[in-house]
Design a protein around this ligand. Structure first.
Ligand code: SF4
Length: 704
């Protein structure tokens, strides 16, 4: 009888990137447990990670073979892979010939493995001849990418998780790690249990579970984060609590930051933020008293029309206090997807170039072009996530290839996304599950291999690169995404896609990083399998990796210094509320669901926590509308409406409501899709949508 086999891999959900040991028994049945040897989680897993074996083994929803329709209105029919590739290549060639390369684009995902991301980027920018490749990571992290680039010169998270246990003050802003990054939060919780003097400040318009650990919860008005961080900066400067030597030796542009911080008095700032002035002072004092200060943030700052300003004003606090590049300190953005970081590294966004090179730099473009041997790469960024769907709707873009993401549920103004896909001449959807609502719009549906069914690498939130092995065969005719991409490229007659394995793709990418800030030329699949995970850079085969960046205060900027940035806009410029739409809608995640539930929706246990979509509302707002707990309400915005039950409490500010973003159409008849309500405003630089601030009205539902 065959023995049980054990494999070490990485969780396919959030960017914490926990290590999972998968056991496969003689009958092929899988079980999972936390990898006790893995430094990230040391054996711990959250509810989602613990149930991944069910997701991997339930193939009832899987797309099993390529399906195609010759024209709209006809049903899709099963076709061979050969026919699928020929059709895709013929349509892409003809559209490009007729309308130009910018009439096509790829929309990919932070769940793609690094090798897949690399190939999608190479295919698009290097050979299709357009920079129209963007990713759902645009919806979560692009404001942080710009913030890091402006501050430390590149998209580089400076710290390691090991810094958590060395810090004594955490500022957690616009994030609820207790629900969304549970294992990382468990590490903070344990650290505070063992060191009660550790201070935790939470900034959030909602009182979330994370606040239960907080020494101070600043329940600010939505959109006032920049004013708050600037007020803290002002207090630090006024009280001479800044690190003057660090600022002098290792930073530039301090005066601009100082001037901005002094535009408002503390009292004015407190009024605008809706918090007592003493609480701002108290928070700033906690930061200044700390030997190790870590700021953590995620979508609450990033998903904003002023997302970049929010990021730079928070990053300024680390520079003012000299809390970067030393043990237990630094800014730390938390990524929502397992390989959002890997995607950024290979340049898988419309505004980025491979290996953290700069798209606007002609020398960098030439390096990439020569390396790939492809077409000339334009210095103009391609269309970003929302821009791409706008272009499909307006007819400027004709074809889109969507990989491993469900934009019909996850993009803002979802009804507009549906119209855009209906209008497109050709839609390719490459995914694992029929549960993705986007598959309905596919002219060509391609079955992809899922987690455990393919090999490759991912990078977690602390720059840790890990290898994920193939454990089981994919069902039906599903293929690894990397193979789908290289076979399509071959069908297009593009040179340089004659790969025999995913490890060859990885070797090519590693070589391309040589000499860059992100140099991982010391890595290969074999080394990762043999020696475990590494944090980049890893510039040679004996290099141990780099847990913390900037220990030497040598930043990736042109002058080697960290740059203060004065936020351009203090005031929020989100959608205006008025008498018709007087409430502010904030959307986000719940503990046991993930993205659009195509995976977590398969596990019954995960639906016991919160089984259906809902609207969280303050008691006062509910009372004014005659609403009681569990009443059904209609929530409407300038884009559309939804109908869900209300949950009434005092944990959310008056005039602010919250709705989870996970539920879509198929499972919930359109009534629970939060993105029916959200709008199209984006940050002008990061192009990240303003998911956290839409003007809405809530009324009691009256049966017709
Ligand atoms: Fe997976 Fe994130 Fe949970 Fe870890 S914390 S088990 S990576 S979902």
């Amino acid at each position: 009888m065959a023995r049980k086999e054990r494999f070490n891999t990485i969780c396919s959900y959030c960017g914490v990137g926990c290590g999972i040991t998968v056991e496969k028994d003689a009958k092929g049945v899988l079980s999972v447990e936390g990898n006790t040897e893995y430094p990230v989680n040391k054996g711990m897993l959250c509810t989602k990670g613990k149930t991944l074996n069910y997701v991997a083994q339930d193939t009832s929803d899987r797309i099993l073979f390529p399906e195609m329709r010759w024209s709209r209105g006809h049903k899709k029919q099963r076709v061979s892979w050969d026919v699928a590739f020929k059709r895709a290549a013929a349509v892409f060639k003809s559209i490009i010939e007729r309308y130009g390369a910018d009439s096509v684009g790829l929309y990919v995902s932070g769940q793609c493995l690094t090798e897949e991301y690399y190939l999608a980027n190479k295919l698009t920018k290097g050979f299709l001849g357009t920079n129209n490749i963007d990713t759902n990571s645009r919806l979560c992290m692009s404001s942080a990418v710009v913030g890091y680039k402006k501050t430390v010169g590149n998209d580089a998270v400076p710290i390691a998780y090991a810094d958590i246990e060395l810090a004594d003050c955490f500022l957690i802003a616009g994030a609820n790690p207790a629900w969304c990054h549970p294992i990382l939060f468990r590490r903070i919780e344990k650290h505070k249990e063992e060191n009660p003097k550790v201070k935790i400040i939470v900034v959030d318009p909602r009182k979330t579970q994370t606040c239960e650990l907080a020494d101070l919860h600043l329940q600010i008005l939505p959109g006032t984060d920049v004013i708050l961080f600037n007020a803290m900066a002002r207090w630090l400067i006024e009280k001479k609590k800044v690190d003057r030597a660090f600022i002098k030796l290792h930073t530039s542009n301090y005066e601009a930051c100082r001037a901005k911080a002094f535009e408002l008095s503390l009292r004015q700032a407190a009024e605008k933020c809706g918090v007592p002035v003493n609480e701002i002072k108290k928070a700033a004092k906690m930061i200044s008293d700390a030997k190790g200060f870590i700021s953590m943030w995620t979508m609450g700052l990033n998903q904003s029309v002023i997302g970049v300003d929010k990021n730079v004003s928070l990053l300024n606090l680390s520079l003012l206090t000299g809390q970067i590049g030393k043990p237990g300190s630094g800014p730390f953005s938390l990524t929502g997807q397992p390989n959002a970081m890997g995607g950024r590294e290979v340049g898988g966004m419309a505004s980025l170039l491979a290996a953290h090179r700069d798209l606007g730099n002609p020398k960098h473009r030439k390096e990439v072009q020569d390396f790939w041997g492809g077409t000339e790469i334009s210095g103009e960024p391609g269309l970003t996530a929302t821009e791409m769907f706008d272009a499909l709707e307006s007819g400027k873009m004709k074809a889109v290839w969507i990989i491993c993401t469900n934009p019909v549920v996850s993009l803002p103004n979802a009804k507009k996304v549906e119209k855009a896909l209906e209008k497109a001449n050709f839609v390719v959807v490459q995914d694992i599950s029929h549960k993705s609502e986007t598959t309905k719009y596919a002219d060509l549906l391609l079955p992809a291999a899922g987690w455990l069914e393919k090999e490759g690498t991912m990078t977690n939130s602390e720059r840790r690169i890990s290898y994920l092995p193939k454990v089981i065969d994919a069902p039906g005719e599903a293929l690894p995404d990397a193979e789908i991409l290289w076979r399509f490229a071959q069908e297009m007659d593009f040179p340089g896609f004659e790969y025999n394995s995913v490890s060859e793709v990885y070797d090519e990418y590693c070589l391309m990083t040589k000499g860059t800030n992100i140099d991982i030329s010391g890595l290969s699949h074999d080394r990762l399998k043999r020696e475990g995970s590494f944090q980049w850079p890893v510039p040679n085969a004996s290099h141990p990796g780099t847990p913390r960046l900037f220990n030497d205060n040598n930043y990736f900027t042109s002058d080697g210094k960290a740059h203060f940035n004065a936020p351009k806009r203090l005031e929020n410029v989100s959608e205006k509320t008025d008498a018709e739409f007087p409430l502010i809608l904030n959307t986000g995640r719940v503990r046991d669901q993930w993205h659009t539930r195509t995976k977590t929706g398969k596990v019954k246990r995960l639906s016991t926590h919160i089984p259906t979509p809902y609207l969280q509302m303050n008691r006062v707002d509910a009372y004014l509308r005659g609403l009681k707990n569990d009443d059904v309400a209609v929530i409407s915005s300038r884009r559309g409406s939804v109908r869900v039950k209300v949950k009434i409490d005092f944990d959310i500010r008056e005039r602010v409501v919250f709705m989870p973003m996970h539920w879509g159409k198929i499972l919930n008849n359109d009534f629970g899709r939060a993105n029916n309500l959200t709008g199209e405003l984006i940050d002008p630089v990061s192009k990240e949508p303003d998911f956290k601030y839409s003007a809405v009205q809530v009324e009691k539902y009256q049966k017709p």
